[in-house]
Ligand binder design. Structure first.
Ligand SMILES: Nc1nc2c(c(=O)[nH]1)N[C@H]1C(S)=C(S)[C@@H](COP(=O)(O)O)O[C@H]1N2
Ligand SMILES: [Mo]
Length: 334
């Protein structure tokens, strides 16, 4: 997502980031079914119309790739080289996962649901369909959705047509696109995307900690205008309203601070009540009296659980969850 799109409460389609491990799969709308099987009393094979006839829920959800910020890690981690643009907010519309699980009558001994996509590829020398599991507790009494619409239109191919999972508050990898199957299992699923990817590890041979919810992060709407090659920003002297967005999947945003000296001193920004709901980012603003000179603008979010953005990234083998404060070099012209 181009960072100037942080101006929109809801990211217009086409400006929302995309992450696709393999290829966008070919889907035949007529023959497509969502299979629900495994530890259930009534296995299901649902058409899109049947899913649409369940109670519909629409939620604004900020989704961020767990690899956002990876390109800023040293030593470099080879994978999608996101700077900080792998985030977006969309209005997802669909059925509650819980309603489908109720219809299938999931057995009491089921621990997780495995969500399998139609996209197939080779990763870590393993041929696979993209698949991730989610604990039953994260899917019942929560806002987890099986979405068939985004921003008021049918899901486009790149966002998971005809159906995707959306787990609000979690990093994007869990929101499996191009769903074909939900399987209730009684033992933890150890597919590649659970066992190998999406774990915080300091060494390759560690078991690591699985990623789940998004850590707090805030970003600035790029102020002024950019210089073509360096991307440095140029702002006119005088009062300059700095704006941005902040989110956390762990707890509500409790505050945002701004620094104009690269993180040495901080002042509180004003955080707005946007009415987009708990799962969407919050907008913030800060009045800056810009005097001529060189500045490094930063913003730092904290959430109600006491999580704060660090000044420096913590390295890990996958380059995940780097929520270190953003630094935006700015020249204020005299
Ligand atoms: N089937 C499938 N689902 C997937 C992926 C994928 O490659 N295949 N990528 C995941 C990752 S890593 C992210 S960050 C989000 C991105 O969703 P978006 O492309 O709609 O923004 O989708 C997730 N769901
Ligand atoms: Mo991702």
């Amino acid at each position: 997502m181009p960072l100037e799109a942080l101006r929109f409460d809801v990211t217009p389609l086409g400006l929302h980031y995309l992450l696709i491990h393999y290829d966008i799969p070919e889907v035949d709308e007529e023959s497509w079914r969502l299979e629900v099987d495994g530890r259930v009393q009534s296995p299901l094979s649902l058409t899109l119309d049947e899913l649409r006839s369940l109670p519909q829920v629409e939620l604004a959800v900020t989704m961020e790739c767990a690899g956002n910020g990876r390109a800023q890690l040293e030593p470099h981690v080879v994978s999608q080289p996101w700077i900080v643009e792998a985030v977006g907010t969309a209005r997802w519309r669909g059925a509650r996962v819980e309603d489908v699980l109720d219809q299938a009558a999931v057995e009491k001994d089921a621990l997780e649901i495995v969500f399998t996509g139609l996209d197939r590829g080779v990763e870590g020398e393993e041929e696979q369909f993209y698949a991730r599991s989610v604990g039953i507790g994260e899917l019942t009494g929560t806002d987890a959705l099986l979405a068939y619409e985004v921003n008021g239109v049918t899901l486009p191919p790149q966002h998971g047509f005809p159906l995707r999972l959306v787990v609000p508050g979690w990093y994007g990898m869990t929101s499996v696109k191009w769903l074909s199957r939900l399987t209730a299992v009684e033992t933890p699923f150890d597919g590649f995307q659970m066992r190998s990817s999406y774990r915080l590890r300091e060494r390759e041979d560690e078991e690591g900690v699985p990623l789940s919810r998004m850590r707090p992060r805030s970003l600035l709407v790029p102020p002024g205008i950019p210089e073509f090659l360096s991307r440095k920003r140029i702002v006119g002297a005088g009062t300059c309203e700095l704006r941005g967005r902040a989110w956390s999947g762990l707890a509500e945003i409790a505050g945002v601070e701004v620094s104009t000296d690269g993180g040495d001193t901080w002042s509180d920004a004003h955080v707005e009540r946007d009415g987009l709901g708990r799962w969407a980012w919050r907008s913030w603003r800060f009045g800056w009296d810009a005097r001529p000179g060189e500045f490094v603008l930063c913003s730092r979010a904290r959430d109600a659980a006491g999580n704060v953005q660090p000044l420096e990234p913590a390295w890990n083998t996958g380059g995940y969850a780097n929520n270190a404060v953003q630094r935006v070099p700015v020249t204020v012209a005299g």
